[in-house]
Design a protein around this ligand. Structure first.
Ligand SMILES: Nc1ncnc2c1ncn2[C@@H]1O[C@H](COP(=O)(O)OP(=O)(O)O)[C@@H](O)[C@H]1O
Ligand SMILES: [Mg+2]
Length: 336
Protein backbone atom coordinates (compact mmCIF):
# COMPACT_ATOMS: atom_id res chain seq x y z
CA UNK A 1 0.00 0.00 0.00
CA UNK A 2 1.53 3.39 -0.97
CA UNK A 3 2.09 5.97 1.74
CA UNK A 4 -0.98 8.03 2.52
CA UNK A 5 -1.01 10.95 4.93
CA UNK A 6 -3.45 13.69 5.84
CA UNK A 7 -6.46 14.63 3.70
CA UNK A 8 -8.82 14.03 6.60
CA UNK A 9 -11.19 16.79 5.62
CA UNK A 10 -11.43 16.08 1.87
CA UNK A 11 -11.94 12.38 2.61
CA UNK A 12 -14.64 13.22 5.14
CA UNK A 13 -16.40 15.41 2.59
CA UNK A 14 -16.31 12.71 -0.07
CA UNK A 15 -17.54 10.13 2.42
CA UNK A 16 -20.36 12.40 3.59
CA UNK A 17 -21.47 12.95 -0.02
CA UNK A 18 -21.41 9.20 -0.58
CA UNK A 19 -23.47 8.60 2.54
CA UNK A 20 -25.99 11.25 1.51
CA UNK A 21 -26.48 10.15 -2.09
CA UNK A 22 -25.38 6.59 -2.53
CA UNK A 23 -25.36 4.66 0.72
CA UNK A 24 -28.58 2.92 1.86
CA UNK A 25 -30.79 5.37 3.75
CA UNK A 26 -29.00 8.41 2.33
CA UNK A 27 -30.49 11.83 2.94
CA UNK A 28 -30.62 12.93 -0.70
CA UNK A 29 -32.27 10.02 -2.49
CA UNK A 30 -33.30 10.51 -6.08
CA UNK A 31 -30.35 12.59 -7.23
CA UNK A 32 -26.80 11.66 -8.05
CA UNK A 33 -24.18 13.22 -5.83
CA UNK A 34 -21.63 15.25 -7.77
CA UNK A 35 -18.25 16.12 -6.23
CA UNK A 36 -15.33 17.71 -8.06
CA UNK A 37 -11.80 17.49 -6.66
CA UNK A 38 -9.70 20.33 -8.03
CA UNK A 39 -5.98 20.94 -7.78
CA UNK A 40 -2.72 21.30 -9.64
CA UNK A 41 -0.69 18.38 -10.98
CA UNK A 42 0.78 16.21 -8.24
CA UNK A 43 -1.26 17.74 -5.42
CA UNK A 44 -2.85 14.36 -4.65
CA UNK A 45 -6.19 14.13 -6.48
CA UNK A 46 -5.75 10.58 -7.77
CA UNK A 47 -4.25 9.43 -4.48
CA UNK A 48 -7.21 10.85 -2.54
CA UNK A 49 -9.74 9.28 -4.89
CA UNK A 50 -7.99 5.92 -4.75
CA UNK A 51 -8.31 6.04 -0.98
CA UNK A 52 -11.95 7.04 -1.20
CA UNK A 53 -12.64 4.26 -3.73
CA UNK A 54 -11.22 1.60 -1.42
CA UNK A 55 -13.45 2.87 1.39
CA UNK A 56 -16.52 2.64 -0.83
CA UNK A 57 -15.59 -0.86 -1.95
CA UNK A 58 -15.07 -1.91 1.66
CA UNK A 59 -18.56 -0.56 2.32
CA UNK A 60 -20.02 -2.81 -0.41
CA UNK A 61 -20.36 -0.15 -3.11
CA UNK A 62 -19.26 -0.50 -6.71
CA UNK A 63 -16.60 1.89 -7.99
CA UNK A 64 -15.88 2.34 -11.68
CA UNK A 65 -13.13 4.58 -12.91
CA UNK A 66 -12.25 6.37 -16.12
CA UNK A 67 -9.13 8.44 -16.72
CA UNK A 68 -9.06 11.01 -19.50
CA UNK A 69 -6.23 10.98 -21.95
CA UNK A 70 -4.83 14.03 -23.71
CA UNK A 71 -7.85 15.51 -25.51
CA UNK A 72 -6.69 15.17 -29.11
CA UNK A 73 -5.45 11.63 -28.84
CA UNK A 74 -8.33 9.81 -27.18
CA UNK A 75 -11.63 8.89 -28.84
CA UNK A 76 -14.73 10.82 -27.78
CA UNK A 77 -16.31 9.60 -24.53
CA UNK A 78 -13.07 7.89 -23.50
CA UNK A 79 -13.40 8.23 -19.68
CA UNK A 80 -17.00 7.04 -19.89
CA UNK A 81 -16.01 4.15 -22.14
CA UNK A 82 -13.70 2.88 -19.41
CA UNK A 83 -16.15 3.48 -16.57
CA UNK A 84 -19.19 1.99 -18.30
CA UNK A 85 -17.21 -0.98 -19.54
CA UNK A 86 -16.28 -1.69 -15.94
CA UNK A 87 -19.91 -1.44 -14.90
CA UNK A 88 -21.26 -3.63 -17.71
CA UNK A 89 -18.59 -6.27 -17.15
CA UNK A 90 -19.78 -6.59 -13.57
CA UNK A 91 -23.49 -6.51 -14.44
CA UNK A 92 -24.31 -8.70 -17.46
CA UNK A 93 -28.06 -8.12 -16.96
CA UNK A 94 -27.53 -4.37 -17.14
CA UNK A 95 -25.44 -4.90 -20.25
CA UNK A 96 -28.21 -6.97 -21.89
CA UNK A 97 -30.72 -4.18 -21.23
CA UNK A 98 -28.50 -1.39 -22.58
CA UNK A 99 -30.03 0.78 -25.30
CA UNK A 100 -28.34 0.56 -28.72
CA UNK A 101 -27.26 4.21 -28.45
CA UNK A 102 -24.85 3.22 -25.69
CA UNK A 103 -22.66 1.69 -28.39
CA UNK A 104 -21.47 5.23 -29.14
CA UNK A 105 -19.65 5.07 -25.80
CA UNK A 106 -19.00 1.34 -25.45
CA UNK A 107 -18.33 0.31 -29.06
CA UNK A 108 -18.27 -3.45 -28.44
CA UNK A 109 -22.01 -3.36 -27.67
CA UNK A 110 -22.81 -2.72 -31.33
CA UNK A 111 -20.63 -1.81 -34.24
CA UNK A 112 -23.03 0.11 -36.44
CA UNK A 113 -24.16 2.89 -34.17
CA UNK A 114 -22.20 6.09 -34.40
CA UNK A 115 -22.97 9.55 -33.16
CA UNK A 116 -21.18 12.69 -34.22
CA UNK A 117 -20.76 15.78 -32.09
CA UNK A 118 -22.78 17.71 -34.65
CA UNK A 119 -25.88 15.61 -34.13
CA UNK A 120 -27.18 17.18 -30.94
CA UNK A 121 -30.41 15.17 -30.65
CA UNK A 122 -28.59 11.89 -31.14
CA UNK A 123 -26.11 12.98 -28.52
CA UNK A 124 -28.86 13.47 -25.98
CA UNK A 125 -30.10 9.95 -26.78
CA UNK A 126 -26.61 8.70 -25.98
CA UNK A 127 -26.70 10.67 -22.72
CA UNK A 128 -30.03 9.07 -21.93
CA UNK A 129 -28.78 5.57 -22.72
CA UNK A 130 -25.83 6.09 -20.40
CA UNK A 131 -28.08 7.53 -17.69
CA UNK A 132 -30.44 4.55 -17.91
CA UNK A 133 -27.57 2.10 -17.68
CA UNK A 134 -26.16 3.85 -14.62
CA UNK A 135 -29.60 3.95 -13.00
CA UNK A 136 -30.12 0.24 -13.58
CA UNK A 137 -26.76 -0.65 -12.08
CA UNK A 138 -27.26 1.76 -9.19
CA UNK A 139 -30.61 0.13 -8.43
CA UNK A 140 -28.72 -2.99 -7.39
CA UNK A 141 -25.82 -1.63 -5.38
CA UNK A 142 -24.53 1.90 -4.74
CA UNK A 143 -22.39 3.01 -7.68
CA UNK A 144 -19.60 5.58 -7.64
CA UNK A 145 -18.26 6.76 -11.00
CA UNK A 146 -14.86 8.45 -10.80
CA UNK A 147 -13.63 10.36 -13.85
CA UNK A 148 -10.06 11.53 -13.36
CA UNK A 149 -8.11 14.22 -15.24
CA UNK A 150 -11.21 15.87 -16.67
CA UNK A 151 -9.08 18.79 -17.90
CA UNK A 152 -8.11 16.38 -20.71
CA UNK A 153 -11.67 15.21 -21.38
CA UNK A 154 -13.64 15.73 -24.57
CA UNK A 155 -16.52 18.13 -24.13
CA UNK A 156 -19.21 15.44 -24.57
CA UNK A 157 -17.83 13.50 -21.63
CA UNK A 158 -18.07 16.50 -19.32
CA UNK A 159 -21.56 17.26 -20.57
CA UNK A 160 -22.67 13.68 -20.02
CA UNK A 161 -21.56 14.03 -16.41
CA UNK A 162 -23.68 17.16 -16.06
CA UNK A 163 -26.64 15.48 -17.76
CA UNK A 164 -26.55 12.53 -15.36
CA UNK A 165 -26.22 14.83 -12.35
CA UNK A 166 -29.39 16.64 -13.43
CA UNK A 167 -31.53 13.53 -13.97
CA UNK A 168 -33.71 12.11 -11.22
CA UNK A 169 -32.22 8.76 -10.20
CA UNK A 170 -33.86 5.50 -9.32
CA UNK A 171 -30.75 4.13 -7.69
CA UNK A 172 -27.90 5.21 -5.47
CA UNK A 173 -25.35 7.01 -7.61
CA UNK A 174 -22.42 9.31 -6.98
CA UNK A 175 -20.29 11.03 -9.61
CA UNK A 176 -16.80 12.24 -8.78
CA UNK A 177 -14.58 14.20 -11.12
CA UNK A 178 -11.02 15.46 -10.71
CA UNK A 179 -9.18 18.05 -12.74
CA UNK A 180 -6.43 20.63 -12.78
CA UNK A 181 -7.68 24.20 -12.92
CA UNK A 182 -6.56 26.37 -15.85
CA UNK A 183 -5.46 23.44 -17.98
CA UNK A 184 -8.56 22.57 -20.01
CA UNK A 185 -8.95 24.00 -23.52
CA UNK A 186 -11.64 26.73 -23.75
CA UNK A 187 -14.66 24.57 -24.76
CA UNK A 188 -13.99 21.97 -22.08
CA UNK A 189 -13.19 24.70 -19.54
CA UNK A 190 -16.65 26.20 -20.17
CA UNK A 191 -18.32 22.80 -19.66
CA UNK A 192 -16.29 22.22 -16.50
CA UNK A 193 -17.42 25.60 -15.18
CA UNK A 194 -21.07 24.60 -15.82
CA UNK A 195 -20.45 21.29 -14.13
CA UNK A 196 -18.77 22.98 -11.16
CA UNK A 197 -21.78 25.20 -10.61
CA UNK A 198 -23.84 22.09 -9.84
CA UNK A 199 -21.19 20.28 -7.79
CA UNK A 200 -19.72 20.18 -4.34
CA UNK A 201 -16.17 21.40 -4.81
CA UNK A 202 -13.21 19.92 -2.94
CA UNK A 203 -10.14 22.04 -3.71
CA UNK A 204 -6.86 20.41 -2.69
CA UNK A 205 -4.03 22.47 -1.23
CA UNK A 206 -0.60 21.43 0.00
CA UNK A 207 -0.15 19.19 3.04
CA UNK A 208 0.40 20.81 6.44
CA UNK A 209 3.80 20.80 8.17
CA UNK A 210 2.68 17.89 10.38
CA UNK A 211 1.45 15.89 7.40
CA UNK A 212 4.72 16.47 5.54
CA UNK A 213 6.55 15.29 8.68
CA UNK A 214 4.45 12.10 8.58
CA UNK A 215 5.30 11.63 4.92
CA UNK A 216 9.03 12.04 5.60
CA UNK A 217 8.80 9.43 8.34
CA UNK A 218 6.86 6.94 6.25
CA UNK A 219 9.18 7.27 3.25
CA UNK A 220 12.58 7.90 4.80
CA UNK A 221 12.31 6.78 8.42
CA UNK A 222 12.26 8.45 11.82
CA UNK A 223 15.81 9.72 11.76
CA UNK A 224 15.11 11.48 8.49
CA UNK A 225 11.91 12.92 9.93
CA UNK A 226 13.82 14.68 12.71
CA UNK A 227 16.45 16.08 10.39
CA UNK A 228 14.55 16.90 7.25
CA UNK A 229 10.89 17.51 7.94
CA UNK A 230 11.24 21.27 8.18
CA UNK A 231 13.36 21.54 5.07
CA UNK A 232 11.14 19.23 3.03
CA UNK A 233 8.14 21.27 4.07
CA UNK A 234 9.77 24.57 3.18
CA UNK A 235 11.08 23.39 -0.13
CA UNK A 236 7.93 21.56 -1.21
CA UNK A 237 5.41 24.05 0.14
CA UNK A 238 3.47 20.94 1.25
CA UNK A 239 3.07 19.74 -2.35
CA UNK A 240 2.99 15.96 -1.84
CA UNK A 241 4.66 14.97 -5.09
CA UNK A 242 7.54 17.39 -4.53
CA UNK A 243 7.76 16.32 -0.90
CA UNK A 244 7.88 12.65 -1.87
CA UNK A 245 10.63 13.24 -4.42
CA UNK A 246 12.65 15.25 -1.90
CA UNK A 247 12.30 12.41 0.62
CA UNK A 248 13.49 9.92 -1.94
CA UNK A 249 16.40 12.14 -2.82
CA UNK A 250 17.30 12.15 0.86
CA UNK A 251 16.88 8.41 1.15
CA UNK A 252 19.09 7.67 -1.83
CA UNK A 253 21.59 10.55 -1.91
CA UNK A 254 21.51 11.49 1.77
CA UNK A 255 21.10 15.18 1.06
CA UNK A 256 18.59 17.71 -0.15
CA UNK A 257 20.85 20.09 -1.99
CA UNK A 258 19.42 19.55 -5.43
CA UNK A 259 16.02 19.63 -7.10
CA UNK A 260 14.86 16.06 -7.76
CA UNK A 261 14.89 15.16 -11.46
CA UNK A 262 11.18 14.30 -11.62
CA UNK A 263 10.29 17.61 -10.00
CA UNK A 264 12.51 19.49 -12.45
CA UNK A 265 10.69 17.85 -15.30
CA UNK A 266 7.19 18.63 -13.99
CA UNK A 267 8.07 22.25 -13.27
CA UNK A 268 9.78 22.57 -16.64
CA UNK A 269 6.63 21.37 -18.39
CA UNK A 270 4.57 23.82 -16.44
CA UNK A 271 6.89 26.74 -17.17
CA UNK A 272 6.86 25.84 -20.86
CA UNK A 273 3.14 26.56 -21.00
CA UNK A 274 3.47 30.10 -19.68
CA UNK A 275 3.41 33.18 -21.86
CA UNK A 276 6.75 34.96 -22.39
CA UNK A 277 5.39 37.83 -20.26
CA UNK A 278 4.59 35.54 -17.37
CA UNK A 279 7.98 33.91 -17.73
CA UNK A 280 9.50 37.36 -17.34
CA UNK A 281 7.52 37.94 -14.14
CA UNK A 282 8.70 34.62 -12.78
CA UNK A 283 12.32 35.39 -13.56
CA UNK A 284 12.03 38.65 -11.69
CA UNK A 285 10.18 37.12 -8.76
CA UNK A 286 12.27 33.95 -8.43
CA UNK A 287 14.53 35.33 -5.67
CA UNK A 288 11.31 35.56 -3.64
CA UNK A 289 9.92 32.08 -4.06
CA UNK A 290 6.49 32.74 -2.62
CA UNK A 291 5.80 35.53 -5.08
CA UNK A 292 7.01 33.36 -7.91
CA UNK A 293 4.76 30.54 -6.82
CA UNK A 294 1.78 32.90 -6.69
CA UNK A 295 2.68 34.22 -10.13
CA UNK A 296 2.90 30.73 -11.60
CA UNK A 297 -0.45 29.77 -10.17
CA UNK A 298 -2.29 32.86 -11.28
CA UNK A 299 -0.55 33.33 -14.65
CA UNK A 300 -0.05 36.97 -13.77
CA UNK A 301 -0.03 39.55 -16.52
CA UNK A 302 3.31 41.28 -16.93
CA UNK A 303 4.07 43.97 -14.41
CA UNK A 304 5.43 47.22 -15.75
CA UNK A 305 9.03 48.40 -15.39
CA UNK A 306 10.54 46.60 -12.49
CA UNK A 307 10.16 43.14 -13.90
CA UNK A 308 12.58 43.99 -16.66
CA UNK A 309 15.32 44.50 -14.11
CA UNK A 310 17.20 41.26 -14.53
CA UNK A 311 19.79 41.87 -11.81
CA UNK A 312 18.20 39.08 -9.84
CA UNK A 313 17.50 36.86 -12.77
CA UNK A 314 18.11 33.35 -11.49
CA UNK A 315 20.19 30.96 -13.47
CA UNK A 316 16.93 29.21 -12.84
CA UNK A 317 15.67 26.36 -10.93
CA UNK A 318 16.90 24.03 -13.61
CA UNK A 319 20.52 24.87 -12.88
CA UNK A 320 21.03 26.16 -9.39
CA UNK A 321 21.25 23.69 -6.52
CA UNK A 322 19.65 24.88 -3.32
CA UNK A 323 21.49 25.22 -0.06
CA UNK A 324 20.74 22.63 2.57
CA UNK A 325 19.95 25.40 5.06
CA UNK A 326 16.61 26.14 3.49
CA UNK A 327 17.41 27.58 0.12
CA UNK A 328 16.36 31.13 0.94
CA UNK A 329 18.58 32.75 -1.62
CA UNK A 330 17.55 30.47 -4.43
CA UNK A 331 14.29 29.45 -6.00
CA UNK A 332 12.13 27.02 -4.07
CA UNK A 333 10.84 23.94 -5.76
CA UNK A 334 7.37 25.11 -4.87
CA UNK A 335 7.77 27.68 -7.58
CA UNK A 336 6.03 25.48 -10.14
N1 LIG B 1 -2.11 12.13 0.80
C1 LIG B 1 -0.94 11.68 0.32
N2 LIG B 1 -0.12 10.97 1.11
C2 LIG B 1 1.07 10.53 0.66
N3 LIG B 1 1.53 10.76 -0.59
C3 LIG B 1 0.75 11.48 -1.41
C4 LIG B 1 -0.51 11.99 -1.01
N4 LIG B 1 -1.04 12.66 -2.06
C5 LIG B 1 -0.17 12.56 -3.05
N5 LIG B 1 0.91 11.87 -2.68
C6 LIG B 1 2.11 11.59 -3.49
O1 LIG B 1 2.17 12.52 -4.56
C7 LIG B 1 2.14 11.82 -5.82
C8 LIG B 1 1.26 12.59 -6.76
O2 LIG B 1 -0.08 12.48 -6.32
P1 LIG B 1 -1.28 12.28 -7.34
O3 LIG B 1 -2.43 11.78 -6.56
O4 LIG B 1 -0.87 11.45 -8.52
O5 LIG B 1 -1.52 13.77 -7.81
P2 LIG B 1 -2.54 14.33 -8.88
O6 LIG B 1 -3.50 13.23 -9.22
O7 LIG B 1 -3.19 15.49 -8.21
O8 LIG B 1 -1.71 14.75 -10.07
C9 LIG B 1 1.62 10.42 -5.50
O9 LIG B 1 2.19 9.48 -6.35
C10 LIG B 1 2.03 10.20 -4.08
O10 LIG B 1 3.33 9.67 -4.04
MG1 LIG C 1 -3.91 12.34 -11.06
Amino acid sequence: MPAFVGRTEPLARLTAAYQAHAAPGGTVPGWAGLVLVIGEAGIGKTTLLTRFASRVRADGGTVVWGTCWDGDQAPAWWPWTQALRGLLDRNPEVSDAAQPELAAIVPELDNHSSVTEADAAARVRVFDAAGQTLARAAGRTPVVVILDDLHSADQSSVELMRFVAHQPQLGALMLVGAYRPYEAPPGVAGSLADLASAAELVPLQGLSAEEVADLVRVIAGEAAQDHWQQLVYERSGGHPFYARELCQLFATAGNLTDVPAAVREVIGRRLARLSPECDTVLDAAAPHPRWAYAAARADWPPCPGAIHDRRHRPTALRERPCRPDGCRSGPATARG
